[in-house]
Design a protein. Structure first.
Length: 274
C-alpha cells in the first residue's frame, strides 16, 4: 500500500495545457463535468489562459449559465481586447441577454479584426437585425454566405430579413437553400411555411409544417401554428386535433388553456354544422 502511495506521489502534475487538451477530449465525449473540472484546474494554474477561459465559457453557455459564461468571456476580452473569438463569444452571450447594442459592438470589433469568417458576419448581421438595421443585416448575411456558402443558418436569417423587407420570393429562395443544405433541421421548413402562408400557398405551408413536425414530433409551437393554418383552410376537425395536441404537449393551464378549450368547442360546432 505504501509503495502505491509513493508511486502516486511521484506522478508529475499535469500542466495547464495538458489539462486543457484533456478537457477538449472530454467535451468531444460529452463529458462536460470532467471537462469543467480540468478547465478549472488549468485556469487556476494559468489565470491568463485565454483559450481555457473561452472553452469554459462555452460550456457554461451550453448549460444556459449566462452569468458565468459572460464572466469568462469578459475576462478573456480584458486579457486581450483583440482576441477575435473572445469578442465573438461575449457578443453571443450579450445577444442572449438581449443587450443587442453591446453585442453589436463586440461583433463589429471581431469583424474588423478578422473579415474572413462567415460566422462573424452572421452574428453581426443578426445583431443589426434586432436593432432594426435591416439593410446592414442583409449586407452582413450576404457576406456570410459568400464566405461560407454551405452555412444554412445564414440563408435562414437572410430569408427572414427578406420577409421583413417584403421580398417574399427572395425569402422562399433562401429558405429553399437552407433546407437543401440542412434537410434534417426544422428551422428552414418553419420559415418557409410562414413565407408560403404569407404568399397564400396554404397547401405548401401545410406540407412544411407536416415535415417540421415529423422532425420534432409534438413540438407545441408548431402544433399551434399548424392548428391556426388548418383553421384558416376551414379544416376544423384537423385544427381541433392540433389544438388538443398542443394542450397535451405544452401542459398549458389556467386562462390560456380555458380559451383554447372554448375555441375547440366553437370549431367542433363549425365542423358539425359545416
Amino acid at each position: 500500500m505504501a509503495k502505491k502511495s509513493a508511486r502516486r506521489a511521484q506522478q508529475p502534475s499535469l500542466t495547464a495545457q495538458e489539462l486543457f487538451d484533456r478537457a477538449r477530449q472530454s467535451i468531444q465525449e460529452n463529458k462536460l463535468r470532467q471537462a469543467l473540472n480540468d478547465l478549472n484546474k488549468a485556469i487556476r494554474l494559468n489565470p491568463h489562459f485565454i483559450d481555457a477561459l473561452n472553452q469554459r465559457g462555452m460550456i457554461y453557455l451550453v448549460q444556459d449559465d449566462l452569468e458565468r459564461a459572460f464572466e469568462d468571456f469578459d475576462d478573456a476580452v480584458h486579457l486581450d481586447p483583440d482576441h477575435v473569438m473572445s469578442r465573438n463569444n461575449r457578443g453571443i452571450v450579450l445577444m442572449r441577454l438581449e443587450d443587442y447594442k453591446g453585442a453589436l459592438d463586440d461583433f463589429d470589433k471581431a469583424v474588423r479584426l478578422d473579415n474572413t469568417q462567415g460566422e462573424l458576419f452572421f452574428n453581426r448581421g443578426s445583431a443589426r437585425a434586432y436593432l432594426g438595421d435591416l439593410d446592414g443585416a442583409l449586407d452582413d448575411l450576404s457576406e456570410s454566405i459568400r464566405l461560407k456558402p454551405d452555412f444554412a443558418p445564414a440563408y435562414n436569417r437572410r430569408g427572414d430579413i427578406h420577409m421583413l423587407l417584403g421580398s417574399t420570393a427572395r425569402a422562399i429562395g433562401d429558405f429553399d437553400e437552407a433546407i437543401r443544405l440542412s434537410p434534417q433541421s426544422p428551422a428552414g421548413y418553419l420559415s418557409r411555411a410562414e413565407a408560403r402562408r404569407h404568399k397564400g400557398d396554404l397547401n405548401g405551408a401545410l406540407a412544411d409544417y407536416d415535415t417540421a413536425l415529423s422532425l420534432t414530433p409534438e413540438q407545441p409551437d408548431i402544433l399551434l401554428d399548424r392548428a391556426k393554418l388548418l383553421e384558416r383552410m376551414e379544416n376544423y376537425a384537423g385544427a381541433v386535433g392540433d389544438y388538443r395536441r398542443f394542450l397535451a404537449a405544452s401542459g398549458a393551464r389556467g386562462p390560456e388553456a380555458l380559451l383554447i378549450k372554448r375555441h375547440i368547442l366553437h370549431l367542433r360546432a363549425r365542423a358539425y354544422w359545416g
